[in-house]
Design a protein around this ligand. Sequence first.
Ligand code: AMP
Ligand code: ZN
Length: 114
Amino acid sequence: MEDCLFCKIIKGEIPSNKVYEDEYVYAFKDIEPAAPVHVLVVPKKHISCLNEITKEDELLIGKIHMAIKKIAKQLGIDEDGYRIINNCGKDAGQTVMHLHFHILAGIKMGEKLV
Ligand code: AMP
Ligand code: ZN
């Protein structure tokens, strides 16, 4: 989608620190890491947020999670663990309107919100 930051990153129009890529998914380092490991995992298809997924995206959501598993192993964080965060909408603080999952790891994380 035009004027979408993450679509531009996926197309290579804006540079990124790529961690993983396959047919469906692109993953890159967050520019402002909130933990020693902070990776963003995004579908190549533009979907603005979780509210917008449809029945036809069911497979894609599975692909994203399979990619997260592979990335965790690739980065060596699978044993110690990691946290996945998806911010949807303004109360969650979503700033980029292209569906993305944060992988946070490399530090013992604090309290959970839920
Ligand atoms: P969210 O607040 O969930 O929408 O997350 C957006 C994330 O994108 C933030 O953690 C930003 O640091 C990150 N971000 C913004 N611009 C870039 C960029 N050009 N490259 C990598 N990460 C970015
Ligand atoms: Zn996009």
